[in-house]
Structures are given as structure tokens and as C-alpha cells.
Design a protein around this ligand. Sequence first.
Ligand code: SF4
Ligand code: SF4
Length: 77
Amino acid sequence: MTKRFKVVFDRERCKGCELCRSFCPKQIIAMDTQVNAKGYCPAMITDQDACIGCQSCATVCPDCAIEIYQLEEGEQA
Ligand code: SF4
Ligand code: SF4
């Protein structure tokens, strides 16, 4: 069975530094066009199903704004 993951961004914690986007090997992180309360364009996932759960994004985030969960079989992202 292929493992599936869900990536959750805390958009209010994000300061839009784009580090996570740079480090994602699957290039599935983009910056939102809508700003958060601090005025930053926060990171978001563009293709949840393509995530391999490598945790690179969460590891490099200086603001601990990313959490990654492994989904159970049949669970929706
Ligand atoms: S866990 Fe890895 S593949 Fe998934 S979004 Fe983060 S950096 Fe990309
Ligand atoms: S690394 Fe963290 S603070 Fe920087 S853009 Fe990504 S989620 Fe936002």
C-alpha cells in the first residue's frame, strides 16, 4: 500500500520566506496570493496527493508553521 500524507500549513504563523517551497523535492508548495493577518503571502500545498512525506518543508521552516500527517487507508486529505 502506498503511504499518503497530509501537509498542514499554519497560514497565520507563516512569514512567506519561501524556504519550504525551495526545499520541496516534489515542487508542490506555492505561495498564496491572499495575504495573512501579518501581510505575508503564506505557503500552501498545490498537490496534496504528490507529497512523499519527506518532512523537508517542516524541517526547514523557521517558524514551525508546517505539520505533516500520515493518512490511514481510505482517509481523505
Ligand atoms: S513533506 Fe516533502 S514532499 Fe511533502 S510537501 Fe513537504 S517537502 Fe514536499
Ligand atoms: S518555511 Fe515556514 S515561514 Fe517560510 S514560507 Fe514556508 S511555511 Fe512559511
